[in-house]
Design a protein around this ligand. Structure first.
Ligand SMILES: [Zn+2]
Length: 493
């Protein structure tokens, strides 16, 4: 079976409602998946939820809900958001799924044991129940976890299983340095290389008495797998590991994992070390995105600057929301989100430039040429636009959505400039070929924008009277063609 193009998001922790960060990650991953489908690749896109762990358990208790119905309810809200964002995932994995997920998680644990990388030891440490992780003194600020300043840090002594991360740190550094497992952007690669300098073994289980909600450690019912083997393993279990080895062979290694910068360590150090230990191939690329900021800071209940993704989609529509969130993020940093900013981008970029050009061209063609084009005007604008195709492709391939979108807008800007300069309204008898060139520009725009705004691309495709959009169809070869019914794509907000 041919290897499929396998792309994943991190699995979300559903102990509350999804926030803007979830929307960002799922939309970025969806745009990558759609781009590779446009190129003709056989894409498999997985997302899902990380459903074990003490926080889910405690939140369910606090809300007085049975754990399964609590999770089902919250997972339902995540799925609803993904639907509203027009996400095209092929699979949704839940770590509580004992048919899809458990067999592979257990198999992975056993492999790590066989390699001699799991051992038991007594451990005393400072535990943050918010992070569900032991902290070092160095990581605390005034004795509190910087991410959970309202929670008490407790000193816990336990006997746990550990994973020998330290054994792999030098091998991992080589692998990351030479991009065998490529971390994008570079800033994150440097960050993880310095973390690996003093990487220590990691706690890999919890006693059942302190964490009962999880997958039991094989052969030791007193212990529950800690999040690493339980959650990170979703990338292989969803692909068939431990359950359907043929499917696994067709999907693994993953081509791209998409994650946020706050979970870099787990994916760039713990996860590849586990895979090496289990003799499983490494994923190819780890793309690490930043945070969606509001008023310059990370959104949070305590700062009172939370912007709700559901509300934004309701207000501005799916495609405009996707457009803005993808354009707002710089490749190596964070992105600012506000009502004023999204409105400005919709009005200036989408309505003033993109949508305006398409409607002008298509309505002019419908009105003056019975919706037909019969040739193109061989103007230098054609070459200028052709040169953009490769630039935009490279931008998509390197996850630089901001750049891809800027270049697409430059294409419609060139189109507008060309239309304005040629003044086809002055002599309709001789201007048919000008519209021919413009219709081709619209076609190219529909293809190029499809990963970002699939709904708008589909409408434009229909207005252009096209049967399909693929990357191969880019170009200026529509010469004898009838368009469909023009309509305004987007309106001012
Ligand atoms: Zn914490």
């Amino acid at each position: 079976m041919a290897k499929r193009f396998y792309i994943t998001t991190a699995i979300a922790y559903p102990n509350g409602r999804p926030h803007m960060g979830h929307a960002l990650e799922i939309i970025q991953t969806d745009a990558i998946a759609r781009f590779h489908r446009l190129l003709g690749r056989d894409v498999f896109f997985q997302t899902g939820t990380d459903e074990h762990g003490i926080k889910n358990w405690q939140t369910a208790q606090k809300e007085g809900k049975e754990i399964h119905s609590f999770l089902n309810e919250n997972v339902g809200v995540f799925k609803e958001l993904y639907e509203k964002c027009a996400i095209s995932n092929d699979q949704f994995i839940r770590t509580t799924d004992n048919k899809m997920h458990y067999p592979g998680a257990i198999k992975l644990w056993n492999k790590l044991v066989e390699s001699g990388d799991i051992y038991k030891k007594k451990y005393r440490g400072l535990y943050c129940s918010g992070c569900e992780i032991f902290k070092t003194e160095k990581e605390l600020v005034e004795g509190k976890c910087p991410d959970h300043p309202t929670r008490e840090i407790t000193e816990v002594e336990e006997e746990n299983y550990f994973f020998r991360l330290s054994r792999y740190k030098d091998q991992l550094k080589d692998i990351l340095r030479n991009d065998e497992y490529k971390i994008v952007p570079d800033i994150r690669k440097n960050e993880i290389l310095s973390f690996l300098d003093d990487a220590r073994d990691i706690s890999f289980s919890r006693p059942k008495t302190s964490l009962a909600w999880g997958i039991p450690v094989p052969g030791d019912d007193e212990h529950i797998m800690y999040v690493w083997c339980d959650a990170l393993s979703n990338y292989i279990t969803g692909a068939g590991y431990g359950r359907d080895e043929d499917q696994f062979a067709s999907l693994w290694p993953a081509d791209i994992h998409v994650i946020g910068k706050d979970i870099l360590r787990f994916h760039a150090a713990f996860w590849p070390a586990m895979l090496i230990s289990a003799d499983i191939q490494l994923p190819k690329i780890l793309f690490v995105h930043g945070f969606v900021l509001s008023e310059g800071t990370k959104m949070g209940k305590s700062t009172g600057n939370v912007i709700e993704p559901f509300e934004q989609i309701e207000k501005y529509g799916t495609d405009s929301f996707r457009f803005y969130i993808l354009k707002a993020m710089s490749l190596a940093g964070d992105g600012e989100y506000s009502d004023a900013l999204i409105k400005e981008r919709i009005n200036m970029d989408l309505v003033g430039n993109f949508s305006n050009f398409c409607y002008r061209v298509l309505s002019f063609t419908a009105k003056n040429y019975q919706s037909r084009i019969t040739g193109i005007d061989d103007d230098p604008v054609i070459e200028e636009i052709r040169e953009k195709f490769e630039v935009i492709k490279t931008a998509y391939e390197s996850f630089d959505f901001k750049k891809a979108i800027q270049e697409i807008l430059a294409v419609s800007d060139r189109g507008n400039g060309y239309f304005q300069r040629k003044e086809p309204w002055k002599c309709k008898e001789t201007s048919g070929t000008i519209l021919g060139t413009c219709v081709n520009i619209c076609k190219n725009l529909a293809i190029l924008i499809q990963p970002v705004m699939p709904g708008i691309a589909e409408q434009l495709k229909n207005q252009l009277g096209l049967k399909r959009l693929t990357w191969n169809d880019l170009g200026f070869d529509l010469k004898d063609h009838t368009i469909g019914q023009p309509e305004i794509l987007l309106k001012r907000v």
